[in-house]
Design a protein around this ligand. Sequence first.
Ligand code: SF4
Length: 393
Amino acid sequence: MESLKELYRVGPGPSSSHTLAIKRICQYYLERFGKDAPYDVTLYGSLALTGKGHMTDKIVLETLGENDTNIRFSTVWDEHPNTIKIVSAHHELTFFSVGGGAFTIKGEPSIVDRYVYPENSMTQIEQYCADHNMNLYQYVETREPGIHEYLRGILKTMFKTVEAGIDKEGILPGKLQLPRVAKTLYRQALDERDPKIKKDLMITAFAYACSEENASGGIVTTAPTLGSCGVLPSVLYYFRYIEGVSEKKLTEALAVGGLYGNVIKTNATISGAEGGCQAEIGTACAMAAAAISWVRKLPIHQISYAAEIAIEHNLGLTCDPVGGYVMIPCIERNGVAALRAFDASLFADHLGRIRPNRVSFDQVVQTMKYTGKKIARELRETSLGGLAGEIKI
Ligand code: SF4
């Protein structure tokens, strides 16, 4: 598996596959060939169908140069749902945006040279930990010495995003004219007397804060994607500033949650265009469930149980963003998934004491992959069906 550095990336919202990866692709093209204008850029599939709402065209023009670039939108479905072709004066390349800000180049070997984990499944990782008598964080440190500093930086960025979003009011950019609500939700949480409702409202407010920052093009972290960027940070922020959990423990939780995201990325997909929202929000929920379970000091089999529950009950979740904006259902869905992650950890803790889980994490990942292929194209980040078909703007 790749480094966790390839999973957690920082960049501008609203979409890791439609803006962050596209920015990286255009920068890569410029670095590789130098200035080679004019640029003829074609966006295919999901990139074409939701490109305007996701600001894909804007990021292409900003990076390659507005005066040098012509963009075409093609609804032809290339071999990958997120395909972008760049033709310049002397060169031509086709790229696939594969989720979480990552990309590959058609006909070329992977440009990632950081395959630092020999283990590629949770079964293998659990076995390695059992054989070497280590926990999941020790395993990450063994495979990626020095990763702690990188993750500390990621944690700080996540917290900055929550704090930026929790303080803002106004309307999110775009035709939906959706008001920001994180600040009001947070005030409601502060006024609430029931401790359970207070906690849930706090976590929801933190998730909304991140997702609203994402929707407005703010700086966010892929966890594992930008559409799902509010789930894990809201949980970690809650632990740090409401429950007083140490930064060190939460950095470890980020590593442990990242392992589960990495296994999904390696064996299935974290792209909504490939596997529906189960691949984005489902994965984020699993990562958060694992992180929560780590903070709660659950043993490895129960951490995996929690992550498995989180995926199992997001199976089949479709991606149908209204108007192509990463707002409805995305923002609310981040809040829902953050709360669900706590439930998954609670279930794993208590069920795990009664009987072993009959569904392994690796099995549910394979099921997610299978289910993603069965989800209709209209419901995989094309905005052609589902909520997007129902709610016209
Ligand atoms: S519905 Fe889910 S997968 Fe689709 S854009 Fe929104 S968060 Fe991403």
